[in-house]
Design a protein around this ligand. Structure first.
Ligand SMILES: Cc1cc2nc3c(=O)[nH]c(=O)nc-3n(C[C@H](O)[C@H](O)[C@H](O)COP(=O)(O)O)c2cc1C
Ligand code: SF4
Ligand code: SF4
Length: 260
């Protein structure tokens, strides 16, 4: 039986990682979580992987929902393709799996360029460094997964960033993620092309009078802001001056295809 690798992505990092792991382990297929999440239960068996970003030191909400809907696979692995601020996301994933009587067999972090534009862009040189290092790490992950070894990576951030700060973020932001898109707006550069609507993985955008309007079930994936060809979408005042990020190995059509 082959491996199913489920992914969630906004700017392509997780799709890039999922595709590359699939290539390395062979006999695998990659499946977009938004495409299956509306099912009441998600039938998985054999070897199953999850690849996703980190949001506020935690899993994306849609990944939490996904784990709550899957049945017990033979071997489950998770790869966080985050921006390096891992916090306790692996422990949180483990806890969630345990509460569902699912064993998380292996878990990894891969440091990727950040797509959280309000904190600034990862410099180009650093982006290249992270992507080259990612290829190497994926080789190691593929070996561990192929041999069905149990391996849970430790958090790379210290006590403060693994426990205290994530706890604070959870209180302040995580619970409100779905409504945070209220800070988004399209500026005068918007030409009504509707790409933002098409890349949104949870159908949170509609176009009204030639401009996007955001609803309140956002995942904070930043796909709309990052893939807008006009760089017209802003989140607050700072983002207009900051360079956009999109994974160089992923095309906008793959994101549109992943979203629906
Ligand atoms: C709202 C938001 C919050 C984020 N929070 C974190 C975080 O707490 N830790 C971290 O390492 N990266 C964080 N990131 C960065 C992403 O996890 C990272 O860039 C990821 O590779 C993006 O994956 P994607 O391209 O598949 O969407 C955040 C990004 C966004 C948009
Ligand atoms: S992708 Fe950008 S330019 Fe196109 S409709 Fe959305 S905001 Fe406007
Ligand atoms: S509205 Fe934008 S940030 Fe929110 S889920 Fe859709 S694409 Fe992602």
């Amino acid at each position: 039986m082959g491996t199913e690798i489920y992914y969630f992505t906004g700017t392509g990092n997780s799709l890039f990682v999922a595709k590359t792991i699939a290539e390395k382990i062979g006999d695998s297929k990659v499946i977009s979580i938004p495409k299956v999440i509306k099912q009441d239960t998600i039938d998985v068996s054999g070897m199953v992987g999850i690849v996703c970003p980190i949001y506020m030191y935690n899993m994306p909400l849609i990944v939490v929902d996904f784990i709550k809907k899957i049945k017990r696979p033979e071997y489950l692995f998770i790869v966080f393709a985050g921006g390096g601020e891992t916090g306790n996301c692996i422990k949180l994933a483990q806890k969630l799996c345990e509460s569902r009587q699912i064993e998380l067999s292996s878990a990894f972090n891969i440091k990727m360029p950040s797509n959280y534009t309000p904190f600034g862009a990862t410099p180009e040189k650093k982006q290249q460094e992270y992507l080259s290092a990612a290829f190497k790490k994926i080789e190691e992950i593929a070996q561990i997964v192929n041999s069905k070894t149990k391996y849970i990576e430790k958090s790379s951030t210290g006590f403060l960033k693994s426990n205290l700060i994530p706890g604070l973020f959870y209180q302040l932001g995580y619970k409100f993620i779905r409504s945070l898109a209220k800070s988004y707006f399209a500026d005068e550069k918007c030409n009504g092309c509707a790409i933002c609507q098409k890349v949104c993985p949870v159908d949170n955008i509609r176009i009204a009078n030639g401009k996007p309007v955001w609803n309140s079930h956002c995942q904070q994936c930043y796909a709309c802001l990052q893939w807008c060809p006009q760089e017209a979408i802003q989140s607050g005042k700072k983002t207009a001056r900051i360079k956009r990020y999109r994974n160089p190995y992923v095309k906008v059509n793959e994101i549109i295809e992943s979203a629906r």
